[in-house]
Design a protein. Structure first.
Length: 300
């Protein structure tokens, strides 16, 4: 990711007033902690596993979406007129039943549920986002991956006329990400279509983005138009841009520093202080077994 001074990572505008904080605390995941959290504006003493949902205004105004701009606070304005209808997603590759889905059909066919996930950006900030969406597994089962399919490759729409960042040759567009097939089939892996019960906005990856909560945020690719089952490990945009900094697995790992900074703590947007980063972003019980045969210091 672009080198940014730490002073920029947490813009002052995102420090919330006491009033806003208390409102956010009311949405605490795990109500036992509500009283303790309300007592103080400085949440740096919160145990790493206690979450306050990030205010909607922060979720929609502090974004990484390099197709529009590298300025996190300008993505919302720059993506305002992004066309999200009509929208189709092509799902194919090593499958028996390739299919192109209109977004309306995906919304109808797969029941939408709310999932509150932590998102930990590789840059050292995090949010807690109530997504609505459906498990990717259901969609993949429908196209019937063949036994040759080992990985899933995702692609963001290529539309340089609407996405000015795509006119820069600094990155290899379109944005590409990938998962191993078992990661893609894991129930936590979500295709997100909404935030706080509202349809997802362009800045968050409308109309369809991935949310893989145990991996660094860059794996959660936005505005997806193509999903391909493949035999070989896909090369992502970030692996192309800086292979020594961004690996394929990108599991949140506080013990493996990024070459330019530590990953041991994070700044939760809307909170003062920093929190300890948890292995697999706090989802170890659910996903650690996927990696039992893998050295995660090498496969970062
Ligand atoms: N997807 C695309 N297509 N382009 C991007 O620049 N940024 C990634 C990820 N998905 C990105 C993307 C990064 S680095 C992060 S941290 C998350 O989106 C941020 O998601 P949010 O803005 O919805 O919080």
């Amino acid at each position: 990711m672009k080198k940014i001074p730490s002073s920029e990572i947490t813009p002052e505008a995102l420090f919330h007033s006491r009033r806003q904080f208390i409102k956010g605390a009311a949405a605490l995941v795990g109500s036992a902690a509500i009283l303790a959290a309300c007592g103080s504006e400085d949440t740096s003493n919160l145990p790493a596993g206690v979450d306050v949902q990030t205010p909607y205004e922060s979720i929609i105004n502090y974004n990484n979406f390099y197709e529009f701009t590298t300025d996190k606070e300008a993505v919302a304005a720059k993506s305002k007129n992004f066309t999200t209808t009509p929208w189709t997603v092509e799902v194919g590759g090593l499958v028996n039943k390739p299919q192109t889905f209109a977004i309306e059909d995906l919304l109808k066919q797969f029941s939408q549920e709310e999932r509150v996930y932590r998102l930990r950006c590789v840059e050292g900030w995090s949010m807690v986002i109530p997504w609505t969406g459906f498990s990717l597994a259901g969609l993949l089962k429908q196209v019937e991956p063949t036994s040759a399919a080992k990985y899933v490759r995702f692609e963001t729409v290529m539309r340089p006329e609407e996405m000015p960042g795509q006119n820069s040759s600094y990155y290899t567009w379109p944005y590409v990400e990938g998962l191993r097939l078992d990661e893609a089939m894991h129930d936590l892996t979500l295709m997100a279509t909404g935030v706080y019960g509202k349809p997802i906005l362009p800045q968050n990856g409308a109309p369809l983005r991935l949310a893989v909560p145990w991996k660094y945020g860059f794996k959660s690719i936005k505005s997806i138009v193509k999903i391909e089952l493949v035999a070989e490990q896909p090369t992502s945009l970030w692996m192309n841009a800086a292979p020594d900094e961004y690996g394929f697995y990108a599991n949140v790992n506080p013990d493996v520093p990024h070459p330019r900074w530590s990953q041991s703590s994070e700044r939760r947007i809307g909170e003062a202080g920093r929190r300890r980063t948890l292995p697999f972003n706090g989802y170890a019980d659910e996903v650690a077994s996927l990696y039992k045969d893998l050295d995660l210091t090498v496969n970062y």
